[in-house]
Design a protein around this ligand. Sequence first.
Ligand code: SF4
Ligand code: SF4
Length: 309
Amino acid sequence: MTKSYTNKGFIQQLDGTYAALIHPVNGYLESDQLESIQRLAQRYGTVKLTVAQAIMIFGIMPEEFEQVANELQKVGLPLADIGPVVRNVKVCTSRYCKHVIKDVTPLGTEINHRLAGLTTPKKFKIAINGCPNSCVEAQLNDLGIVAVPNGYWIYLGGKGGRQPELGTRMDMVIREEHLVETVEWIVKGYLQVAQGERLGEVINRMGLLSFLKTALTWKSKGLKTCIGARYCKNGIGDVHAIARMVSSSGDLQGKVTISGCGNACARDAEWDYNILALKDRYWVYKKGSLDIVDIDQLSDYLRRNEILK
Ligand code: SF4
Ligand code: SF4
């Protein structure tokens, strides 16, 4: 196979020829794209629709890959990502559906643009649904998204195949503004800890909470958090927003943890400062003493204590 088509678009078949696998973005086809598929079908033979919202055209030889790819590119039809990569995102027909809670088509475009084709230990499938009817089967994908009032449910670790498993739903409604970042962090977290496994197998081995702590806590030089209010029902403080604010306010000169409530899950007695975000203030523990800091004064406080410069 031509090197540039590794994990891209052409799959060998029983008779030694290849099928082109085309994945129209969000599953929608324009008339010129259909005409292009018709021309290719007339030239090569049979066309088939797949369960992954892709189109297969059979009977292609390796020396024809380039020509087929160019023809598809002219009408904006992408070859599908195949093999151990983040696969092209599947999206329901929320743009037109009368049951829709949220049209997830733009979200599908964005997540597909950011992640499809990224190399992963095993294939990683994403499906996005505009309501809990889940027509593209959020529960049977590595990462499934379902629009609900006020945000999105995320299912993790589902798969079909020989040993199918239903994904587990995270116990939070994820807000719109955090969704794409959350999906990226989950994929990055999977890349960090997978040992040649699908995400469901990682979660079976580690436990869901441990995986979420790996994927969704903030970790940067000298700063770590719990999963915070975005992902924890007990959470009061948006630890990710606090961590981003601290990081952008200067260079940390020591080690700081931030927890999203009094349970102090990120606390580490060995670290210099342990901050707990409470309703209207921070409790800041520094080596045996406690300071109470107003909600808008944290950066100034850290600067005064020369932990932030
Ligand atoms: S998941 Fe909901 S919004 Fe999407 S096509 Fe199915 S019923 Fe319609
Ligand atoms: S400290 Fe609070 S918000 Fe953070 S993970 Fe623990 S219980 Fe959740």
